[in-house]
Design a protein around this ligand. Structure first.
Ligand SMILES: CC(C)[C@H](C(=O)O)[C@@H](O)C(=O)O
Ligand code: SF4
Length: 430
């Protein structure tokens, strides 16, 4: 019987099968940030187990609230910083070179096809875009991962989502994943890996694939996965060029992590994007999705462009094209957070930061901040934000605040209009 990508990865990392379908797998990387890892560090210390399995396989960043906004967040950073230092964790990113973990770590080449990765963060699923199995875990699993470099999972059940059709101008990966989640529902992929496949995925950049996989968790999925192909190899080439004689050789090796033609899936879904239009969420759950054209132009107070979903250079480019030479509506606060220093620098080089500033946006340092309502753009009670992030839970960006998730292009158009709109599709926002 053929195997799915996740099954192949599990098979190649299997350490133990203690009971039933529980599989203990070897980890290639444990990712850490300052919100969840300090809890694990403090607990391990209290138990006299302040050790790490392999400092070269641990990657850590202070990203959620940076620079710290108060004594509590400063302490979280301090615990992570001191831990990284005392264990010789070289790949630790602090103020000055830190960025949103799920954007920064792929950019540094820390994610490879076939890898197994855990992190105490639900959007770890993002890294599946490279053909890796990457899952968010709780404190206990994180502690075991840090100590022993292993993690226990149920044997992966995979849902295959085949994306077909031609995307219309002004419609992006974010609209696709919002559309998919709208159909699946927030529990539609619970305990499943979502394998994204089909011609639309093949034609997508790594950035767009990361946007897709990033929101797998919003449908309950453990991980999103895209099969590694030449796009993956080309993205990774600077990091792997000493490992392989050619890109073709790398592609062949990574082919070990493609699904077999006769792989068995727990469920299959075909999503045709031919008629897809710009989408946005309208409620407090990410599956409450509808076409922006049906949203009746709701007023917004803030527009936020950033996060691990849509804070990459492609996202900033698209938004800047919509904003170029224009100014945002006078009743709107615009906030843009380039997801990493490299994104920020590239955006400066391309004149994109200037476009944002001329349009009236505030540009922040790379951080999660506003996305989880902790800093750099928290909403007041009753306020509404059009956002390129991934979560619209009640109060997510500030108590009593409402979040409408959408693509960077739609967010930029909304900033100009002051009301939710997809007007970029009429003004060349491709
Ligand atoms: C802080 C962290 C635990 C959290 C997560 O796991 O998702 C955050 O990144 C978020 O998006 O809400
Ligand atoms: S950008 Fe938002 S969703 Fe992504 S890791 Fe940070 S807080 Fe979580």
């Amino acid at each position: 019987m053929g195997k799915t990508i996740a099954e192949k990865i599990f098979e190649s990392h299997l350490v133990d099968n203690p009971s039933g379908d529980i599989q203990v797998i070897r980890l290639d990387a444990v990712f850490c940030h300052e919100i969840t890892t300090p809890i694990a560090i403090t607990d391990l210390e209290a138990r006299g187990m302040d050790r790490v399995f392999d400092p070269s396989k641990i990657k850590a960043v202070i990203d959620h609230v940076t620079p710290a906004k108060d004594s509590k967040t400063a302490m979280q950073g301090k615990i992570l910083r001191e831990w990284a230092l005392r264990h010789g964790i070289i790949d630790f990113f602090d103020i000055g070179d830190n960025g949103v973990c799920h954007a920064l770590f792929p950019e540094k080449g820390f994610v490879r096809p076939g890898y197994t990765i855990i992190m105490g963060d639900s959007h770890t699923c993002t890294h599946g875009a490279f053909g890796a199995f990457a899952a968010g875990v709780g404190t206990t699993d994180l502690e075991v991962g840090i100590l022993k470099g292993v993690c226990a999972f149920h044997a992966p059940q995979t849902m295959k989502v085949t994306i077909t059709g031609d995307l219309k101008p002004g419609v992006y990966a974010k609209d696709v994943i919002l559309g998919v989640i709208g159909q699946l529902g927030v529990n539609g992929a619970t305990n499943r890996v979502i394998e994204f496949t089909g011609p639309v995925v093949s034609a997508m950049s790594m950035e767009a694939r990361m946007t897709l996989c990033n929101m797998a968790i919003e449908a309950g999925g453990t991980c999103g996965i895209c099969a590694p192909d030449m796009t993956t190899v080309s993205y990774l080439w600077p990091f792997i060029k000493d490992e392989f004689p050619s890109k073709e050789a790398a592609l062949e090796a990574y082919g070990a992590f493609s699904a077999d033609a006769d792989a068995e899936y727990a469920e299959e879904m075909v999503f045709d994007v031919g008629e897809l239009v710009p989408m946005a969420t309208f409620g407090y759950k990410p599956d409450q999705v509808k076409p922006i054209a049906e949203m009746g132009g709701d007023k917004v107070d803030q527009v936020y462009i950033g996060s691990c979903t849509n804070g990459r250079i492609e996202d900033l480019r698209v938004a800047a094209e919509v904003l170029r030479g224009k100014h945002i509506h006078k009743s709107v606060r615009g906030v843009v957070s380039p997801a990493t220093p490299a994104v920020y620098k590239q955006a400066l080089k391309e004149g994109i930061i200037e476009v944002f500033m001329d349009a009236g946006f505030c540009v922040t340092n790379p951080t999660c901040g506003a996305c989880l309502g902790m800093s750099n753009g928290v909403l007041a009670e009753g306020e509404v934000c059009a956002s390129t992030t991934n979560r619209n839970f009640n109060g997510r960006m500030g108590k009593g605040g409402m979040v409408h998730l959408m693509s960077p292009a739609s967010a930029a158009a909304t900033a100009l209009a002051g009301v939710i709109t997809n007007s970029h599709i009429y003004t060349g926002g491709e």
